[in-house]
Design a protein around this ligand. Structure first.
Ligand SMILES: Nc1ncnc2c1ncn2[C@@H]1O[C@H](COP(=O)(O)OP(=O)(O)OP(=O)(O)O)[C@@H](O)[C@H]1O
Ligand SMILES: [Mg+2]
Length: 322
């Protein structure tokens, strides 16, 4: 599949990078231990922008995207919706195309971080929000996009957006966190498919424990680059006609792990940044893994999403593989 859209030096292209998917407000509490049916005091509380695509776009913008970064999604016309739009704009992500639904409540996630290992438990509520419908302005934006990043939600809009972007020479990327009915159609339309462990197993239950085989299958369905992320065990990445997929162990975080929330979302943003900058997909995956290793030692996206120089310095320090 054609991947010639990537400039070799990461510069000189002002076509937008567009993301389409769920955005939610995260309400995050850090507790000494997370047990069912107990009461405990949180040691830290904060709120942040959440959702696979918005976090990936924020990471891309922070790393230094070559052109505008634009988010398409749906929020309510409530205060959380206002705050998300402002927070995205503050991070350099254009939220002017957000659809505000009168009377609807913006999506929310309760996130609990367990102090023992930084593990996150999440309950999301997006009830009452209708799916995104593409407007003529959205379609015009997509026709100029250099890359579209999707999370598989709002499927009809996602499929249509992918079609517009690809027919105008752009790339389409998918964060397959969970496989759901209908997403097969998207798999055949994506240039870059990176699944979570759950997403890979859900797509191919008959090889649920074989991420390398899942990667091969994503490539056979049409992706030019595919991968499965395995949490602290790293990732498996393959390239169309590029030989067997390879396992890249994760990097050991350079300190205690305090927050793994959004690790996968950041992985996508950092991978896409590195890939668009001309790096080989495996080097791009390692760049992403390095970004996540740093992120896990910090609380929250605002303080935690790393800058490019930090990731480069970490990689240059020959970090240990976990
Ligand atoms: N504890 C950890 N230590 C080091 N690296 C990690 C850790 N957790 C995640 N990573 C890195 O981040 C990548 C993505 O993580 P993971 O596979 O957990 O994403 P995910 O399942 O999509 O999770 P989510 O989207 O909920 O954050 C991994 O491939 C790995 O490189
Ligand atoms: Mg994920």
């Amino acid at each position: 599949m054609e991947t010639g859209q990537r400039p070799s030096d990461g510069s000189g292209d002002d076509r937008p990078i567009v993301g389409l998917g769920l955005v939610n407000k995260d309400f995050v509490a850090r507790v000494p231990a997370w047990e069912r049916d107990t009461k405990t005091n949180a040691s830290v509380y904060f709120e942040q922008v959440g959702g696979p695509v918005p976090v990936a776009l924020t990471a891309l913008a922070r790393l230094g995207a070559p052109g505008p970064v634009v988010f398409l999604g749906v929020v309510g016309d409530d205060r959380d919706g206002d705050e998300l739009a402002c927070a995205l704009a503050d991070e350099g992500v254009d939220a002017a195309h957000l659809v505000r639904v009168p009377g609807a409540s913006t999506s929310k996630s309760l996130v609990v971080l367990d102090e023992r290992d930084g593990a996150r438990s999440v309950a999301n509520y997006a009830g009452g929000l209708p799916p995104l419908t593409l407007s003529p302005a959205h379609e015009a934006l997509l026709a100029r996009a250099r890359l579209l990043h999707l999370d598989g939600r709002d499927l009809p809009a996602g499929l249509r957006a992918a079609e517009i972007v690809q027919s105008n020479g752009g790339l389409v990327s998918l964060d397959l966190g969970t496989m759901r009915p209908g997403r097969e159609a998207l798999l055949a339309r994506c240039d870059i498919v990176l699944a979570s462990r759950k997403g890979g197993a859900g797509a191919f239950p008959e090889v649920a424990d074989a991420p390398a085989e899942q990667v091969e299958r994503f490539l056979r369905l049409g992706a030019s680059v595919a991968g499965v992320t395995l949490g602290a065990a790293g990732s498996v990445v393959g390239v169309h006609e590029g030989g067997p997929p390879i396992h890249l162990p994760a990097f050991a975080p350079p300190g205690p792990v305090v927050d793994t929330c959004g690790a996968g979302d950041l992985f996508h943003g950092a991978f896409l940044w590195a890939y668009l900058s001309g790096r080989d997909p495996r080097a791009a995956a390692d760049f992403a893994q390095a970004a996540v290793a740093l992120r896990t030692t910090r609380l929250g996206n605002e303080a935690g999403l790393p800058a490019r120089a930090e990731v480069e310095a970490f990689l240059a320090s020959t970090p240990v593989r976990a």
